[in-house]
Ligand binder design. Structure first.
Ligand SMILES: Cc1cc2nc3c(=O)[nH]c(=O)nc-3n(C[C@H](O)[C@H](O)[C@H](O)COP(=O)(O)O)c2cc1C
Length: 240
């Protein structure tokens, strides 16, 4: 029989991503998150709103989502408990976070230029997704009084937000590409880093033939792909 339980967290296993953004002074921030899911060429990223990353994204309208492989877990550990926010927000001091401006240096990763956004890519990560902010969604609006913060011109958001981004460029390392398919990543070669209940795992081997995979990947192609390859206007950041 199952038991009815009350776990403090429901981090049931998702890939870790490294978000790079540009700070007010032009330096770069880099932060691990695991609340990331994809629909077409859109990604929904979940943040504590006081973090530096969502504030940079709302101010600049863009970011790069870098995907580390499982063998880059040390870089994630080096970035853990660091924030680009100075001073460190109260909730984070209680969890022993420290301010660090040079997060690329702390991680031992190399910033390289992007093609469609000012935020840099993390060279050593096998996948880079350049992205523009499409919309900011409030989460837990039934719990927080967001109206107080909406009246402020500053990015003094509280609570939890989901930022929807539109991918504008995808970069993949040749080592994870499918043979004979220049636009397909090979899931047998791509080894994402998975965070489950704050601990790290890799993927095992493929376990069975997939009925879902009988659908050609090309059938999922969305208009965002064509849009990504034409000049795009500056993203308008809107709060919901
Ligand atoms: C593996 C991992 C996953 C994380 N996932 C999230 C997440 O999904 N959302 C979030 O707000 N913070 C997440 N964090 C915590 C952030 O890294 C933390 O809030 C950090 O302060 C963000 O950096 P920044 O303040 O410079 O943006 C995660 C941390 C680690 C190490």
């Amino acid at each position: 029989m199952h038991a009815s339980i009350t776990p403090a967290i429901l981090y049931l296993g998702t890939p870790v991503v490294l978000n790079s953004t540009v700070n007010e002074n032009g330096s770069y921030n880099l932060a691990p998150i695991s609340s990331a899911s994809w629909l077409g060429w859109r990604c929904l990223l979940g943040f504590e709103a006081v973090s530096k990353t969502p504030q940079n994204m709302i101010r600049t309208g863009e970011c790069v989502i870098n995907l580390p492989s499982a063998d880059q877990v040390d870089a994630i550990n080096r970035l853990s408990l660091l924030t680009g926010s100075n001073p460190v927000p109260v909730g984070k001091t209680q969890r022993s976070y420290r301010h660090k401006q040079d997060k690329f240096g702390a991680a031992g990763l190399t910033p390289i230029p992007s093609e469609t956004v000012a935020a840099p890519r993390a060279m050593e990560c096998p996948i880079h997704l350049e992205a523009k902010v499409a919309k900011v969604h409030r989460v837990m609006a039934d719990e927080y009084d967001y109206s107080v913060h909406d009246r402020s011109a500053e990015c003094t958001l509280e609570g939890i937000i989901r930022i929807e981004v539109r991918i504008t460029r995808v970069h993949a390392h040749p080592s994870i590409m499918m043979d004979g398919h220049p636009n397909r990543i090979d899931p047998n070669r791509w080894r994402p880093l998975i965070m489950s209940f704050q601990r790290y795992y890799g993927l095992g081997d493929e376990i069975t033939a997939s009925r879902l995979a009988s659908i050609p990947e090309s059938m999922y192609r969305s208009p965002d792909i064509d849009r990504a390859h034409t000049a795009s206007p500056t993203a308008q950041t809107r709060l919901n």
